[in-house]
Design a protein around this ligand. Structure first.
Ligand code: COA
Length: 372
């Protein structure tokens, strides 16, 4: 009997939820959170304000902003037992492995009676601390404890380096850019976990594990690997052509939805170009040349830079090591993950797709000696 195959490979084009959280127009290169264009939010809002918008669906008034800012600031510290355990982790652990594991561990230490929203705030507040503490532990540096008086983004940079650097508002804006992006792989994976009515720590552990892959959030680290390997402008052409000839993916390019310039990549590129006009920003010239060659080669395939192409250059400017780039993505995207989990569960149905079986059905069992 012929099996009729109707498989949507990679679920391309399949809608799995109705959502009012964000809208992506992949042809026009537009990204909207809760009705507001990303360019508008970048210009006028902060990470705290945008998080409130994504979670609650409207911009906060003064009291609401104060509420969210205070909640995020008060929940930053980690349980002592967790810090002790982090000190025993192998120093070679990748920060994404640490983040994934510590979020999972936190589930055993935190009170279980909080609402999903309280849990979302609590984890959003703690993720920067996990990342910064790991940076300090890995580098044998004393921990810098969170300061409630600082904004979410400023406090992260302070816990990493001991001070809030110039242009820290750009880092805040970069978090806004990464906070939400519809039903991408990690959001889908975490929504599946949420649909089983599992707990928030399992939901976010799933999301982090999914984001880690180089085809998803892990691409930002791989982009810097590539730019480092290229090393100088003269090598770009040979290096990229070689990748293309070997049919390898060029990290930081291509997107399932954007078939034009990713608006987030455009914003990041313009910041680097405009704000740092008088300074030589490491790898920027090489990146521009890579972009020129890739755009030229892949005109027909509509492959453009995505958000991960330029973000690493900005983080590198702040002195953040490349293996910490994807955790920073997670630090922002937790807002989208939790918003989708809460939205989906209001009208929950467990995810249970199917696979079309194409294996044999009538094999006769034989034991290890071959007897029937
Ligand atoms: C993001 C990504 C996974 C989207 O995948 P997708 O929607 O499944 O697209 P496909 O992998 O089917 O790509 C379609 C075509 O474009 C090519 N392509 C896509 N991205 C490419 C890239 N970065 N470099 C070279 N070719 C690429 C594919 O080889 C394929 O070519 P083909 O039709 O000749 O086989 C993919 O573009 C990619 O792997 N990019 C690099 C990793 C990255 O930057 N990820 C971060 C995403 S925000």
């Amino acid at each position: 009997m012929d099996i009729e195959f109707d498989v949507k490979h990679g679920l391309e084009g399949v809608a799995v939820a109705i959502s009012s959280i964000s809208y992506v127009d992949g042809e026009k290169g537009e990204l909207v959170y809760r009705g507001f264009k990303i360019e508008d939010l970048i210009e006028n809002s902060t990470f705290e304000e945008t998080s409130y918008l994504i979670w609650f669906g409207s911009l906060p008034n003064e009291n609401e902003l104060d509420f969210i800012t205070t909640m995020l600031a008060k929940k930053r510290e980690l349980p002592e037992e967790i810090v002790k355990m982090m000190n025993s982790f192998p120093k070679t652990s990748h920060p994404m492995e640490v983040l994934r594991s510590v979020v999972s561990l936190l589930g055993m230490f935190e009170k279980k009676d909080k609402s999903t929203f309280e849990n979302a705030i609590n984890l959003t507040a703690k993720i920067p601390t996990i990342i910064a503490y790991w940076y300090r532990i890995k580098n044998n540096l004393p921990l810098i404890h969170p300061r409630e008086s600082l904004k979410h983004s400023e406090n992260f940079l302070y816990m990493m380096f001991g001070s809030v650097p110039e242009h820290s508002s750009l880092f805040d804006k970069a978090l806004i850019l990464h906070a939400e992006q519809g039903m991408n792989a990690s959001t889908f994976a975490s929504t599946v976990t949420a649909s089983t009515l599992s707990d928030i720590y399992s939901i976010i552990t799933t999301a982090i594990g999914t984001l880690k892959g180089p085809l998803h959030g892990g691409a930002n680290e791989k982009v810097l690997d590539m730019l480092e390997e290229i090393g100088n402008l003269e090598n770009v052409e040979f290096y990229i052509n070689d990748l293309i000839n070997r049919k390898e993916k060029i990290m930081g390019f291509g997107h399932r939805i954007y078939k034009t310039y990713d608006p987030r990549a455009k914003i990041l590129k313009n910041w680097i170009k405009d704000i740092f006009i008088n300074k030589k920003i490491k790898y920027f010239e090489i990146a521009l040349k890579v972009e020129e060659i890739v755009l030229n080669k892949f005109k027909e395939k509509k492959i453009y830079p995505n958000v991960d192409f330029y973000s690493g250059i900005l983080y590198n400017y702040f002195g953040i090591p490349k293996d910490f780039f994807t955790p920073i993505f997670a630090m922002a995207r937790i807002v989208g993950w939790t918003a989708h989990a809460m939205e989906y569960c209001k009208n929950n149905r467990i995810f249970r797709p199917k696979a079309i079986y194409n294996g044999p059905k009538n094999l006769k069992y034989k034991d290890v000696k071959g007897a029937e």
